[in-house]
Write a protein that binds this ligand. Structure first.
Ligand code: PXL
Length: 277
């Protein structure tokens, strides 16, 4: 059994963070393990406002010691929250020479505007990008990591991907998703050599909580299972598109993706077109 780890925040509402990752790891046939960096709760009496409770650094250290000791096939890092936790993650990746590292540089929860502190973004740029087999920023995160500001077009995505590659990440997937001014939902893959656009039809839903985490977790599980990086990314995009297609309303504030949709609804599996150049 291949072993996967997520170093991320716990989303009590079950759609994103560690919960999305574990469900996805399970769906894709790997053994999921966890290291919690924070616990996120939502206040039902304050329009589902997110409260983030950080986990003490020595507790994160202890979890990483435990998980890495069993021998990991791949790991994913999501919401890290502090420079100390970024440094710990980098230390364990080096100590155990882990290659299959997926960095999802979560800087903000959907609908919230509290952004990671600039020094945490800087430590992510300096310590995690050089250790990343794959990094999966959305448009905002890609703009922050590259320090190249707002991204408005596929051409902007290409310039930013080149910059993030120069910062040390081996493969970059910038998630344009449906926010880009384009008729399709476009993500851009770059491996330092060629650009590949991954295109799916835009899905008209707001029930997409946890989509980014699910995508990165699926890449992680696919790498653990021995897929090539491009195959891991393309399959993860199909997996998350199915999950978004079957997103559902949890309450008046949030609609999570359906992590199990890919395997439960074979007939409606989305198609991902690859456009090179
Ligand atoms: O979707 C971003 C995200 C990541 N990680 C955790 C979260 C969220 C958003 O709610 O709670 C733990």
């Amino acid at each position: 059994m291949r072993k996967t780890l997520t170093l991320a925040g716990s989303d009590t509402s079950g759609g994103a963070g560690i919960h999305a990752d574990l469900k996805t790891f399970q769906e894709l046939g790997t053994y999921g393990m966890t290291a919690h960096t924070s616990i996120v709760t939502m206040d039902p009496s304050a329009s589902w406002k997110h409260n983030v409770f950080p986990i003490a650094t020595d507790v994160v250290d202890s979890q990483l010691q435990c998980a890495f000791s069993v021998g990991l096939d791949a790991m994913k890092a999501g919401m890290l929250g502090s420079v100390e936790i970024v440094e710990l993650g980098a230390k364990y990746i080096d100590q155990y020479k882990l290659e299959n590292v997926v960095i999802d540089p979560v800087m903000v929860c959907k609908g919230e505007d509290e952004v990671l502190l600039p020094e945490t973004v800087a430590s992510c740029r300096e310590l995690l990008l050089p250790r990343a087999m794959v990094v999966t920023p959305n448009l905002f995160e890609a703009g922050q990591l590259s320090r190249m500001g707002p991204i408005k077009s596929v051409d902007d995505m290409k310039r930013v991907a080149e910059k993030i590659y120069d910062l040390g990440a081996k493969h970059i997937v910038i998630k344009g998703g449906r926010s880009l001014q384009h008729e399709k939902a476009v993500d851009l893959f770059y491996d330092g050599n060629e650009f590949i656009q991954l295109e799916t039809g835009k899905i008209d839903t707001t029930y997409n909580h946890g989509a980014g985490c699910t995508f990165a977790a699926a890449i992680t599980a696919n790498l653990a299972n021995g897929k090539s990086v491009l195959d891991a990314v393309v399959h993860a995009k199909e997996f998350v598109a199915a999950a978004i297609n079957h997103g559902w309303k949890l309450n008046e504030f949030v609609g999570p993706v359906m992590h199990g949709a890919y395997h439960q609804f074979h007939i409606s599996r989305p198609v991902v077109n690859l456009v090179t150049g």
